[in-house]
Design a binder for this molecule. Sequence first.
Ligand code: SF4
Ligand SMILES: [Zn+2]
Ligand SMILES: [Zn+2]
Length: 320
Amino acid sequence: MTRPPRPYMKCNLCGGLAIIRMPQHRLNLCEEHFDQWVLKMVQRAIERHSMFRPHERVLVAVSGGKDSLALWDILTRLGYQTEGVYIHLGITHEDYSDVSQAQVEAFAVERGLSYQVVDVGATYGQTVPDLRNTGRGKHLCAVCGLVKRHVMNRIAYEGGYDAIATGHQLDDEAAILLQNTLHWRAGYLQRQGPVLPSTHPRLARKVKPLCTLYERETAAYALMRGIEFVEQECPYAVRATSIFIKHILNQLENRSPGTKRQFYDGLVRGRASGELVFSAPDIDDEPALAPDDYQTCPRCGQPTLSPGLCAFCRLWEPAP
Ligand code: SF4
Ligand SMILES: [Zn+2]
Ligand SMILES: [Zn+2]
């Protein structure tokens, strides 16, 4: 007995073969229309949140993973002025940092894009894993985040960039939001969003142009565009709470498509309208303050809240 042919999933726009189903948008799209849709979504996010304008220079933080490389590809296709920065953290497990750097370089060279590499170990004397012992009880990922923010701010300031773009997508943002909400971290809730404005000439504006795309959409885009990326996770991410949180959010999403989007949009819209206001206690190295509220770190010259060394420079001090 011959089976009847399986009905194929049709593109809602042209009736052709759909390659992706996006229940949260009630939309199935073919390759051509998905490509156009991704570019439109990112362009709309850039404009709606005033992330940057065509004449501004954007520093794209690239890790070698699918999201940041997809972001760089999209911004380039949209005609924005970009340069990549790869921060070599010195993670040697399965040559993670070396492999990631090679992936970024291959991507950039193939497309004729300019980029720079900052090797943390070579520049500052210790790698991020080395800092585990001097991190004063901080989780290694917190130390790593501090290092990455410092390096990106420095590179952006020295190179005169208008904004730093990162590849955070909606799944990342929803997971961060849930973690911040579970712990009622008011300062972080006040700062989280598609744009973190610059509050000091040495602290560049931070933007997240992929914030309206789900992770599976950036993955589909990267695959469709033939972007080769590092699939292995950072070895230190394995036990990260964010992975567990993402798993929970995916379960909610499966039961009720659009949950992650509504959750994050609610924060963005609520803050923009003034309905949601969180007190913003000072946060270590990048508080939402005015330039006069900062001190200057005597070692690196970066702004800091308290007199003396900034949080980044203190990492390099021997433990008391
Ligand atoms: S998972 Fe790896 S790259 Fe990410 S913050 Fe932690 S140490 Fe850094
Ligand atoms: Zn189509
Ligand atoms: Zn400093």
